[in-house]
Design a binder for this molecule. Structure first.
Ligand code: GLU
Length: 301
């Protein structure tokens, strides 16, 4: 049976070159080593996700030649964003509710009334660094009705995992982030929780993503263990495309989207080649076709 990985974009903007680099890793590694690719729409953040971005990302993937083996259906098959899908997070609240209930049954969750500002104030941290939740509400026993926000207790201890790019990694979630927020006060499921529940529900064996998410891996492993995950995960955290000034590409900075490049006449093969080169997979920029991706990952990696 083939192992399974996933491409899991959030439709909060148009795809940019950084997404293309991630897709190159995901499809390239899967095609080189006998894996299948599942497409999942990670629209857990209802305040930032838009249907038009979801439609656009499906079209852009199609145009670039990234065809998923399963999961979210490409636009030619599912025409409407309002068709519910097990592979779109906003359609799967019941799955997250059940997972939260499983943790609550083990007495691992609590009601948290802290705002972001409360957390920042209680746990001063350098700008850009991650705030650690200091556990303010841990023993407060707020009633369920106080707010929809829930946290999961992170016991002390070290998570150790092997990353195919980074080698052995050790993380201590209780010290890094403290108790993990799984649902916010608006009732939105958080990235950290939804991704763990979905990777279990979708039988994901291999996670291939940018190394900006490396710090999240220990807490995700911990959450998965609390939820009873037994299937091991192989991790690949690849380097990102950076700007010369050191910041990463981002929708928030209006980095040029794939759609704009496409509208300006750039061919798909040129964009694939540019992403692979800027991500360190090619010694220089050149046209690269989808069929060539496995060769980038064939040897040893
Ligand atoms: N949805 C996340 C993103 O767009 C990726 C999730 C993951 O790969 O774990 O950054």
């Amino acid at each position: 049976m083939a192992w399974r990985t996933r491409f899991a974009p959030a439709p909060t903007g148009y795809l940019h070159l950084g997404h293309v680099l991630n897709a190159i890793h995901v499809w390239g590694i899967a095609r080189a080593h006998g894996g299948e690719v599942l497409l999942r729409i990670e629209d857990h953040d209802r305040s930032r996700c838009r249907g038009e971005y979801e439609t656009a990302l499906r079209e852009d993937l199609d145009w670039l030649g990234f065809v998923p083996d399963l999961g979210y259906q490409p636009p030619a098959i599912t025409a409407h964003n309002d068709t519910p899908s097990p592979y779109r997070q906003s359609d799967n609240a019941a799955r997250y509710t059940a997972a939260l209930a499983a943790l609550t049954a083990q007495d691992l969750t609590y009601v948290c009334t802290c705002t972001r500002r409360d957390v920042a104030r209680a746990a001063p941290h350098p700008s850009g660094a991650e705030p650690r939740y200091p556990g303010t509400c841990r023993q407060a026993h707020h009633p369920e009705s106080a707010t929809r926000a829930r946290r999961v207790r992170m016991a002390h201890g070290t998570e150790i995992f092997e990353d195919r790019y980074r080698g052995m990694v050790q993380q201590t979630p209780a010290e890094q982030c403290g108790d993990v927020l799984v649902r916010d006060r608006h009732g939105h499921w958080t990235y950290q929780f939804a991704v763990v529940v979905d990777d279990m529900a979708h039988d994901i064996d291999v996670v291939i993503r940018g190394d900006d998410l490396l710090d999240s891996t220990g807490r995700q492993l911990r959450l998965a263990a609390l939820l009873g995950r037994e299937r091991p995960i192989t991790w690949w955290h690849h380097p990102l495309i950076m700007h010369p000034d050191g910041r990463k590409l981002s929708k928030a900075y209006h980095d040029t989207s794939i759609r704009e490049r496409r509208a300006a006449g750039t061919p798909a093969a040129a964009l694939l080649g540019e992403a692979a080169w800027r991500g360190g997979l090619l010694p220089e920029a050149r046209d690269l076709t989808i069929d060539e991706l496995p060769a980038l990952f064939a040897a040893g990696r």
